[in-house]
Design a protein around this ligand. Sequence first.
Ligand code: URA
Ligand code: SF4
Length: 215
Amino acid sequence: MATTTTAGAAAFLPERRTLDDLRAAAASCEGCGLYAPATQTVFGEGDPHARLVFVGEQPGDREDRTGRPFVGPAGQLLRSSLREAGIDERTVYITNAVKHFSFVERGKRRIHQTPKRIEIRACGPWLENELAAIRPDLVVALGSTAASTLLGTEFRLTKHRGTVVRSPLAERVVATIHPSAILRTIDEATRAAEIERFVADLRFARETLEAPPAE
Ligand code: URA
Ligand code: SF4
């Protein structure tokens, strides 16, 4: 096991911080130990002027191989749910709290591992600067890793799911379930119900965007 003591992504931030600058710099980030076994950095993608940004946890196997976020099974579910919620995928920006795939090898398979708190923190400057460059009107946190990154570890999805909350990184954040968690449900009926609830949260996000701001 490699033990690395690094200062995190901050040491790799470029001077100019447009999305393109950030993406280029993140490609050679060694801010935590995750870069070494992974194939490549998977930076966010989408409309640089998006009003709506989605934040997942970290790239999975498919994302690691292709270098693009949410292109595997969870991404398929996210994209079909977006369509169902009336959100045009081309108008949003999709990224992750952690930019490298964290996994353990079991034979030929690479099994996803939840990123550690220290890795999430190390990677924070990328997300922070992506959001600063885009300045979206609403951020949707997909699952508890994204939610705790944006809203702190006190945040409980069970309590605040589907409500608009404020984050130091974005004025308005809505947290919902991660599509991978939906895919892990065993029986069909539960899965269908979870998808429906997920789509309802996405629809709520769209309506929140369309509604005039409260203040
Ligand atoms: N799960 C995530 O959280 N992000 C991805 O990019 C893919 C799967
Ligand atoms: Fe850098 Fe984030 Fe990758 Fe760690 S996970 S090496 S902080 S880009």
